[in-house]
Every structure is written in C-alpha cells, then in structure tokens.
Design a protein around this ligand. Structure first.
Ligand code: IPE
Ligand code: IPE
Ligand code: MG
Length: 250
C-alpha cells in the first residue's frame, strides 16, 4: 500500500470547515482580534487551492454564523469589509481556475454593497464546472432547516404537496446545498469540539476532525493531514500523507 497509487474515489467529496481561532491566534501575539481575521484569508486561499488540486467536489467554509452578529460592532464591521475586499480581489482568480463560488446563508441582513458583490461573484462563476466553494455567511443550521420547513409548509398550504409527501429526501431537497454530495468530512480548527449551529442535517454522517491549531496556521499540509485521517478512518485501510499528496501532483 505504502508506495501504490491511492484511488481518488477514497477522497472525501464534500469537505466542510469551521474556520475557528482567529481571535486567539492574534491575541497570542499581542495583536487585536481583527489581525487574526485578516491572516485567516491566506488560510482560506491555501484550503481552496489544496482542495481543488486534490479534485474535491465541494468545500463549504463557515465564515460568519448567525450568532456572530453578537460580537462587538467594530469587529463585525471589519469582517464585513474584509468580505467585500476579498470578494473583489479573489473572485477573478477563482473564475480563471474554473471554480464556482456561492454564498450560503441569509444574505438579506448584509448591506447593499456586500449583497451586490456577492451577486456579481456568483453570477460570474455560475457556469464553472470545477470545485464548488460555498461560503457560509450569516448561516445557521437551524435557519437552514427552518427555511426548508417554511417552503414545504407553503407548498402544502397551496395544495401542491400533501403531508404524506414529506420525507427525509424532500426535506433534503429544500435545504441549501441540496445539489451537492453530502458532507463527508468536517474540519474544525482551534481545539473546540462543537458544531456551533453549522450544517446540522447535512452533517448527519460526516466524519469530524478536530485540530488544535488556529485557523490562520492552517496550511495545505494540515489539509492533507485531515484528508489522510479521513481515508484511514472511513475506508478501514491505511494510507499515508504522501499518497494523498501524490494526488495533488498527478
Ligand atoms: C473564527 O475565529 C472566525 C469567525 C468566527 C469570524 P474567531 O473569531 O471565532 O476566533 P476565536 O475563536 O475567538 O479565537
Ligand atoms: C463558529 O465559530 C463560526 C465560524 C467559524 C464562522 P465561533 O467561534 O463563532 O463559535 P463559538 O461561539 O465558539 O461556538
Ligand atoms: Mg471562535
């Protein structure tokens, strides 16, 4: 096994990431929390390029939770500005690499400028056939299920569906990301071992990988480590990080 080629079919198809620990990373260096958020952007880039090189189908990154509005106003403000800047600078590169970008969450609470940037980025990359990158922003797993429930209730009220038609499959179809493979690997950085209202329904069978490193420290190597761990858990046979890495180079 050691030197043989790893089959790409063993890779996770959909990786979800809770990018946590920006604030603590900054604090450990005596810097303000927002310094951590700014440095987190490079880790996002590394994760996207690493996953794309591996041939992963979809990556969903938790950037801002529906609970994160409770943070101090100036931190929220910096995060919103950072989204706008990053969308402006990165989207062309994603497009050039045939990647598709989508923002998942309740976008109505964002300011007009940000909503416009999001719509432009999504429209530019909509026909791309490479990896799908979902940015979960103002997203909550409970919100996702609530919205699906409302849509289904509306259809029942209109007589388009009957109560007996409601099945797990039907609920799945009404959730965000219904068109993507189920999440098979969840990664959370910073040592916290909880879901923090990220995808709930979609994580039903995901393998969960918790690493103590803070998000700004997350590298391509960290991604390889997580994927190697996943393959060794899920497939009940051993593979090495080198074999996963070889897939990136092939
Ligand atoms: C994750 O880092 C980024 C966001 C939630 C936007 P945190 O800001 O949660 O950093 P810690 O957990 O306080 O260290
Ligand atoms: C979860 O991290 C949300 C994001 C990474 C965007 P938090 O740091 O906000 O979660 P809690 O508050 O520790 O549960
Ligand atoms: Mg946190």
């Amino acid at each position: 096994m050691q030197n043989s080629q790893l089959s790409p079919e063993f890779l996770p198809k959909h990786i979800a990431v809770i990018m946590d620990g920006n604030g603590r990373w900054a604090k450990a260096q005596g810097k303000p929390r927002v310094f951590g958020h700014k440095n987190g952007v490079a880790a996002v880039r590394r994760t996207i390029s690493g996953a794309a090189k591996l041939g992963i189908k979809a990556v969903t990154l938790f950037a801002f939770s529906s609970e994160n509005w409770r943070r101090p106003e100036d931190e929220v403000g910096v995060l919103m500005e950072l989204f706008i800047t990053v969308l402006s600078t990165e989207v062309k590169k994603l497009h050039k690499n045939n990647l598709r970008l989508r923002v998942i969450g309740d976008k109505t609470r964002f300011n007009e400028r940000l909503q416009k940037k999001i719509a432009q980025a999504e429209a530019l990359t909509v026909d791309n056939t490479g990896m799908v990158i979902n940015i979960a922003a103002n997203y909550g797993g409970k919100w996702d299920i609530l919205e699906a429930t409302k849509q289904i209730a509306e259809k029942v009220a209109l007589g388009q569906l009957s109560t007996n038609d409601i099945s797990e499959e039907l609920i799945t179809e009404h959730l965000t990301m219904a068109d993507l493979p189920e999440v098979d690997l969840l990664i959370r950085t910073s040592g916290e071992c909880r879901i923090s209202n990220f995808m709930l329904w979609q994580l039903a069978y995901a393998e969960m990988y918790f690493t103590p490193i803070y998000w700004p420290e997350f590298t391509e190597e960290s991604l390889i480590e997580a994927v190697t761990w996943f393959i060794n858990r899920e497939r009940r046979f051993g593979c090495t990080g080198e074999q996963v890495k070889a897939l990136m180079e092939s």
